[in-house]
Design a protein around this ligand. Structure first.
Ligand SMILES: NC(=O)C1=CN([C@@H]2O[C@H](COP(=O)(O)OP(=O)(O)OC[C@H]3O[C@@H](n4cnc5c(N)ncnc54)[C@H](O)[C@@H]3O)[C@@H](O)[C@H]2O)[C@@H](O)CC1
Ligand SMILES: [K+]
Length: 475
C-alpha cells in the first residue's frame, strides 16, 4: 500500500486496461485471492486512517466492489470493531467472488442491517467501483447520499462510488480517502475526481501491471542546474504578443511570468499602440513592435489579451515562430478560421495550445460539456487535429500530443480560479520551450510548476496572477 504523493510520476490505467490486468492476474491465482487481498488492504487502511473509529458502516453494492467491502468487514469485525454491513442489492445475485465474501460475512456473524445506520465513526464506500455505468439511483443513491453527508470520514474502495474511472465524471460519494486497487485510474485525477476522492492510496494487490499506461500522472521537472559559465543567450528569448487596448495586463502577466520563470530575455509586443515604451516596474521587459521581433529564433506566447486584433498577426506568427504558445484570443481566432487551422497543422515546429474547456470546445467544434465529459479524449483529439501539444486547463489539467501517452497534472487548486493565471501559465510554457528538447515535457513541467506554486501558497495571503508570476522563481 502506497500513499499517492505528487513528487513523482505515476502510471494510470483506465477501465479496459485494469480489467485486462485483473483477468490475467485472476487466472494465475487461487479463486477469490484478489478480492481477499483487496479486503485485507482496505481493512488495514481503515485502521490506519481512523484508529479510534469503533462503529464502522460498510455500504456494499451489487458487484465485486461490494465484495471487497464484505471481505474488509469480516476482518474489521474480527478485530473487534462494531461493524454494520448494508447491501444495496440481492445476495443471490452477487457475482462469484462477492458471493463467496457474503458467505464468509454471514459465517463470521458480521451484523447485516436492512436499514441504513443512523450513526457511525467510519464509513466504507463499497457501493460501486469500475462497474459504475450510470447515475446512482434508489438504494445506491440513498446509501451514497447518507454516507457523503455525514461528518464521519469515508474511505472509498477503488473509486468514490459513481465516479467514472476513465473520465472523472459522475455524481459520486465524497470520500476523505480512496484506495485505488490494482491500478491508479485517470478519473481520480481529473474532472470531479480530485474533489471526490480525498487522500489517495494505491495497492497493486501484489500484481505487476504489464499493460501500457492509459495516461501518466505528471511529476515535477528534474532540477535544472544552470552552469556557472552561463549567459542569458543560453536561457531562451521569449516574446509575448497580446494586450489589445484595455487588456494590456494579460500580456504583462505573461511576460513577467516568462521572466520570473527563467527566460534569458523577454520582449513584450503590445497590440495597444498607446502602450508606451516600457512596462512600469519591470525595466527588464523590452517593449517592441511585433513585426520587429526575430520570430524565427525565439519563443512566442501569442493571445494573452490580444482581442480580435491578434488574428491579423497569426499567419506570420504561425509560420515564423520557432517555438509557439497559443492562448486565449489566438485560439478563438484559429477556431473561427479554417485557413489558420491548416497553417497550424502544417507548422512543423514545437507548438503548445493552452485552451480552457470552452476554447477547446470551439476548436473542436463541440460543446464545453462534451469536452468536460472526457477531458483526456478531448485533449488527445485536439492534439491530433492541430498537430500540437495541448494543455487542456481545469481541475486535473490534461497535457496531450499526437502519438504519445497523455499526462494529467496533479498540482494546483481552486485558488488558481482567478483572472490572469492562464496568462501566467502561457508565459511560463513559452519560457520552458527553448530549454527543452521535448515540447510535451516542457509543457507538463510548466503546468506542474504553476500548480505547485499555488499549492505552496502561504495561508492568509491572496493569490493574484501577478503575485503568482513573481513566485515562479527558479530553485
Ligand atoms: N473480481 C475480483 O476479484 C476483484 C474485483 N475488484 C473490485 O471489483 C470492482 C469491479 O467490480 P464489478 O465489475 O462487479 O463492478 P461494480 O462492483 O463497480 O458494479 C457492480 C454492478 O453494478 C451495476 N451498476 C453500475 N452502475 C449502477 C447504478 N448506477 N445503479 C445500479 N447498478 C449499477 C453494474 O451492472 C455493475 O456490473 C472493482 O472496482 C474493485 O473494487 C478488485 O478488488 C480486484 C479484484
Ligand atoms: K466504491
Amino acid at each position: 500500500m502506497l500513499k499517492v504523493t505528487f513528487d513523482r510520476p505515476w502510471p494510470l490505467h483506465g477501465t479496459a486496461a485494469t480489467r485486462r490486468i485483473e483477468q490475467e492476474a485472476a487466472a494465475s491465482l487461487p479463486a477469490h485471492a484478489l478480492m481477499e487481498r483487496a479486503g485485507l488492504a482496505v481493512a488495514r487502511l481503515a485502521l490506519a486512517i481512523a484508529p479510534h473509529a469503533h462503529r464502522v458502516w460498510v455500504a456494499c453494492g451489487p458487484g465485486n466492489n461490494g465484495g471487497d467491502g464484505l471481505e474488509a468487514a469480516v476482518h474489521l469485525h474480527r478485530w473487534g470493531k462494531a461493524v454494520t454491513v448494508t447491501l444495496a442489492g440481492s445476495p443471490d445475485k452477487l457475482p462469484p467472488d462477492a458471493a463467496n465474501a457474503w458467505r464468509k460475512c454471514r459465517e463470521a456473524g458480521v451484523p447485516v442491517a436492512d436499514a441504513l445506520p443512523s450513526a457511525w465513526d467510519l464509513g466504507i464506500d463499497a457501493l460501486l467501483g469500475l462497474g459504475s455505468s450510470r447515475p446512482l439511483e434508489d438504494a445506491l443513491a440513498a446509501a451514497a447520499g447518507r454516507m457523503s453527508a455525514s461528518a464521519s470520514p469515508v474511505l472509498a474502495i477503488d473509486l468514490p462510488s459513481g465516479l467514472n474511472a476513465d473520465t472523472g465524471n459522475g455524481q459520486s460519494v465524497r470520500a476523505a480517502h480512496t484506495v485505488s486497487l490494482l491500478t491508479l485510474k485517470p478519473g481520480l485525477f481529473t474532472g470531479a475526481g480530485r474533489d471526490a476522492a480525498g487522500e489517495l492510496w494505491f495497492d497493486d494487490l501484489g500484481v505487476q501491471a504489464a499493460e501500457a499506461p492509459t495516461a501518466q500522472l505528471a511529476g515535477p521537472a528534474p532540477v535544472r542546474v544552470r552552469a556557472h559559465a552561463s549567459h542569458k543567450g543560453l536561457n531562451g528569448d521569449v516574446a509575448v504578443i497580446g494586450g489589445a487596448p484595455g487588456m494590456a495586463g494579460a500580456a504583462v502577466l505573461a511576460a513577467t511570468s516568462a521572466l520570473c520563470g527563467g527566460a534569458g530575455r523577454v520582449f513584450l509586443a503590445p497590440l495597444d499602440t498607446g502602450f508606451g515604451a516600457a512596462v512600469p516596474g519591470w525595466p527588464e521587459l523590452m517593449v517592441r513592435a511585433w513585426d520587429a521581433l526575430p520570430l524565427e529564433s525565439i519563443s512566442v506566447a501569442c493571445g494573452c489579451g490580444g482581442g480580435d486584433a491578434v488574428a491579423a498577426m497569426l499567419p506570420a506568427v504561425l509560420s515564423r515562430a520557432k517555438w509557439l504558445v497559443l492562448d486565449a484570443d489566438a485560439l478563438n481566432a484559429i477556431a473561427a478560421d479554417a485557413s489558420l487551422q491548416e497553417t497550424l497543422r502544417r507548422r512543423g515546429r514545437p507548438t503548445v495550445l493552452t485552451p480552457h474547456p470552452l476554447e477547446a470546445a470551439r476548436l473542436l467544434g463541440t460543446s464545453t460539456a462534451q469536452v468536460q465529459g472526457d477531458r483526456l479524449r478531448a485533449a488527445q483529439e485536439l492534439g491530433e487535429r492541430s498537430k500540437a501539444v495541448v494543455v487542456l486547463k481545469g481541475s486535473g489539467t490534461v497535457i496531450a500530443a499526437p502519438g504519445t501517452t497523455p499526462s494529467i497534472n496533479p498540482t494546483g487548486n481552486g485558488r488558481l480560479a482567478t483572472g490572469g493565471t492562464g496568462d501566467v501559465l502561457a508565459g511560463l510554457v513559452a519560457a520552458a520551450l527553448p530549454v527543452s528538447s521535448d515540447a510535451l515535457q516542457a509543457a507538463a513541467h510548466a503546468v506542474y510548476r504553476h500548480g505547485k506554486a499555488a499549492d505552496d501558497w502561504p495561508a492568509g495571503e491572496p493569490l493574484t496572477a501577478g503575485a503568482l508570476a513573481r513566485r515562479l522563481h527558479l530553485d
